[in-house]
Design a protein around this ligand. Structure first.
Ligand SMILES: [Fe+2]
Length: 436
């Protein structure tokens, strides 16, 4: 008789337990207590491939978390290459003038420096903008050779580079390579700046490492000429709170593992969100310095791909889904943004009807949040208020989030559920209404 665990012709499910350990399981056998189905019935080979893609860390989850904490404690709270902090976020765009106008007139960013590059790597024009501690670089290709041309053709406008500052790029590069980072460009020096480029953990996203000359101020960028007449930013956005990234099913664990291994990031949040037939896995990782947080979303393999699947299709694969800008006063910020023409996603009235039962607001009144269509969520540490802009891009992919934190360290998972329920309730009500 064939062993039911080894039968290559039989169908299997993949099970996962709370310690993130995986197991192939014959379809006919009952799922044991403590295990859930991570992949529905499939061939033995596909089940094995899934386990190999998902189970990248053989340690039980509780042990891995404990070891990561011990390592951070031993290093004084910082893993090497620890000295990497956020420099700027570069977006490749199809129309530079239009993008600069959107960020400056709409969001209140101030353009402060320009660059034009020509060389074997192609020609491009860039503008750097800032507001609070947020620095954005917008780049448009001027020929077909520059990587911005193929990026925009594949994905539309989007985030291509999350650049990191180091006081010693050569040392940081060597350490990242030792930790098996993908290399796109070796360290090179120009005009006193040392740069190197590493692969990111997501499709077509890279990380330029920047070492500034000692005499430059905080916003100096390699290859850029500062505008002597740059205006001050006209807004109150403070920092890049998080970068939300969408990846294909099965890519979540390898993507976040890359940041943990190469850059010493640590996991800060993890959730499987199920809404009806749709579900998404989410996991957030944060830099040792605490200034870069990636929240990574993936469709769950055993549910409908849903709106995450739609994003992957429209975007031509994984990539940055939204950038979240922090503010200390979301009511004031959103009013200013609306007055400047920024449009936000609508929120159904039913969301606000249910909000007062769900949450006792620490800041703002329910009336003010309802009037501005701002969402509220809470976790063990406090609350957060957030709203999402309507994408202005033809593929409806890249958009932005405005977020105010009142102690909360999570990312609004409660809102995903509350919005889903409000939309479902609204749909049900309109069906009842139309049946009358
Ligand atoms: Fe977000």
């Amino acid at each position: 008789m064939t062993n039911p665990f080894e039968d290559t012709d039989a169908e299997y499910v993949v099970l996962v337990n709370e310690e993130a350990q995986y197991s192939l399981w014959p379809v006919f056998a009952a799922v044991p207590d403590g295990w859930t189905v991570a992949l529905p019935a499939t061939t033995r080979q596909q089940a094995l491939d899934f386990v190999e893609a998902q189970w990248t860390d053989m340690r039980p989850r509780s042990l891995a978390l404990r070891m990561a904490q011990d390592a951070r404690d031993a290093a004084g709270g910082a893993d090497a290459p620890a000295a990497l902090t956020l420099s700027h976020t570069e977006l490749y765009v199809a129309d530079l003038d239009r993008a600069v106008a959107e960020f400056s007139e709409g969001y209140g960013f101030a353009a402060f420096a320009d660059a034009e590059s020509r060389g074997p790597g192609g020609a491009a024009r860039s503008v750097a903008l800032r507001q609070g501690g947020i620095v954005l670089v917008l780049t448009q290709a001027l020929d077909e050779v520059h990587p911005a041309a193929s990026f925009v053709a594949r994905h539309g406008d989007g985030v291509a580079d999350i650049a990191l500052v180091s006081p010693d790029v050569r040392a940081a590069f060597a350490e990242a390579v030792r930790r098996s980072a993908g290399v796109l460009a070796e360290p090179a020096e120009r005009d006193g700046y040392v740069t190197a480029v590493l692969e990111g953990g997501f499709t077509d996203v890279r990380h330029t490492l920047v070492q500034r000359p000692l005499d430059t101020d905080g916003f100096g960028l390699p290859g850029f000429t500062e505008r002597p007449d740059a205006a001050a930013p006209d807004g109150d956005l403070t920092v890049l709170d998080h970068v939300a990234v969408t990846v294909e099913a099965g890519r979540l664990a390898p993507a976040t593992a890359y940041y943990e291994r190469v850059f010493g990031y640590h996991g800060v949040y993890e959730e499987l969100m199920v809404q009806g037939r749709e579900a998404m896995d989410s996991r957030a990782v944060r830099s040792p310095a605490g200034d870069v947080t990636f929240t990574v979303l993936a469709p769950s393999a055993d549910h409908d791909p849903g709106h995450i699947g739609d994003f992957l299709e429209r975007h031509g694969g994984g990539g940055v889904h939204h950038l979240a800008f922090a503010t200390g006063d979301i009511i004031g910020s959103v009013a200013r943004l609306r007055a400047s023409g920024v449009e936000f996603l609508p929120t159904p009235d039913r969301y606000y009807d249910a909000m007062s039962e769900r949450i006792q607001l620490l800041r703002h009144t329910p009336e003010a949040l309802r009037a501005a269509r701002i969402l509220a969520d809470e976790d063990h540490d406090g609350q957060l208020y957030q709203i999402f802009t309507r994408s202005t891009h033809p593929r409806r992919t890249l958009f932005f989030e405005i977020i105010e934190r009142a102690g909360a360290d999570s990312f609004g998972g409660g809102n995903v559920r509350a919005l889903y329920e409000a939309v479902q309730a609204e749909k049900a009500a309109s069906l009842v209404g139309s049946a009358r």
